[in-house]
Design a protein around this ligand. Structure first.
Ligand SMILES: NC(=O)c1ccc[n+]([C@@H]2O[C@H](COP(=O)([O-])OP(=O)(O)OC[C@H]3O[C@@H](n4cnc5c(N)ncnc54)[C@H](OP(=O)(O)O)[C@@H]3O)[C@@H](O)[C@H]2O)c1
Length: 279
């Protein structure tokens, strides 16, 4: 990669800066970042990673091969309006803005752009994001590879059509929070059955990692793995029966459907708000 200009210096931007430098995808002198006004935070990121930070848009965008949009979705209108004049059709615009469509980004910039729109998740901070990426028709094969490498630096990637990104948001975008919720429940139960908090946390985390590795590495579907550890009359069966009685599996299905529908609603409202504000 030649030069990346990152607009926004928050947690997602930092995850990417850390990921691409760790994977040695780019020289740190070619990583440029800006934010809205928080100079202290900008200097902190600059010093922590030895990258370039600036509020000078010419310095930021001159020669940039990739531009990453990493502000909050609500700030996209102001930000893209401000930088739009510096964006060109030859740049790869990488957006992690939840709910902001590629058409909306082009409308805000008032020009056609090559856009890769992605939905990473918070585990990008530890290099374990599950990210889905959609690209528009202007993105070249070379740019698709660039986008893949960029997101692989913070975890696993898949390519999808843009209209699937709401489902991705409901499943893996919000997914870490569902797993945190499960951990909370397991921690609460550990307290109730008399296990020491720190030790219980270690057991729970390792159980999750181990189960995830089993599912990842085994050819068997999770249902089969579960049945194989559930002996008739045993402890697992007694536990799982309670989950079934409470409809926990169906609750997860409903949870993911509700999150997907909310992503669709919020995205539509946001895109029309940003477009109306632009007029
Ligand atoms: N965090 C996640 O787990 C996650 C997951 C999936 C997708 N995303 C997406 O990632 C994006 C960033 O999220 P985040 O959690 O990193 O947010 P964040 O920590 O709040 O950072 C937002 C950054 O955007 C900057 N900014 C705001 N307005 C700007 C402008 N007009 N020009 C330039 N920079 C501007 C802010 O600068 P100041 O500090 O100066 O205001 C700040 O550096 C969001 O669109 C979100 O949808 C995040």
């Amino acid at each position: 990669m030649q030069k990346i200009a990152i607009v926004g210096a928050g947690s997602m931007a930092e995850a990417f800066i850390s990921g691409i430098l760790e994977k040695e995808l780019i020289d740190r002198k070619n990583v440029w970042v800006t934010n809205n006004a928080n100079q202290e935070r900008l200097s902190q990121v600059q010093e922590r990673y030895g990258i370039q930070a600036t509020y000078d848009l010419n310095a930021l965008f001159d020669g940039a091969e990739i531009v990453m949009l990493a502000m909050k979705p609500k700030d996209a209108g102001t930000a893209i309006d401000y930088i739009g004049g510096h964006l060109t059709e030859s740049m790869l615009i990488v957006s992690v803005l939840a709910g902001v469509s590629m058409d909306t980004i082009e409308a805000l910039a008032e020009k056609p752009l090559a856009i890769a729109r992605a939905m990473p998740n918070t585990s990008a901070a530890v290099g374990k994001s599950a990210t889905a990426i959609a690209v528009n028709e202007r993105v070249t094969d070379h740019q698709i590879e660039t986008a893949r490498k960029l997101f692989e630096s913070v975890g696993l990637t898949s390519f999808v059509e843009e209209d699937q990104l709401d489902a991705v948001t409901g499943l893996s975008g919000s997914g870490p929070a569902y797993i945190y919720y499960l951990i909370e429940a397991m921690e609460n139960s550990a307290a109730e059955i008399g296990l020491e908090k720190q030790m219980a946390k270690q057991l729970i985390v390792q159980t999750l990692i181990g189960a995830a590795e089993m599912v990842k590495n085994s050819a068997k579907p999770p249902e089969q793995l579960r049945r194989e550890v559930t002996s008739p009359g045993g402890t697992t069966e007694a536990g799982v029966r309670v989950l079934e009685e409470h409809g926990v599996k169906q609750a997860f299905v409903s949870c993911i459907k509700a999150a997907t529908a909310q992503s669709r609603r919020l995205g539509a409202a946001l895109s029309s708000k940003l477009t109306v504000e632009k007029r």
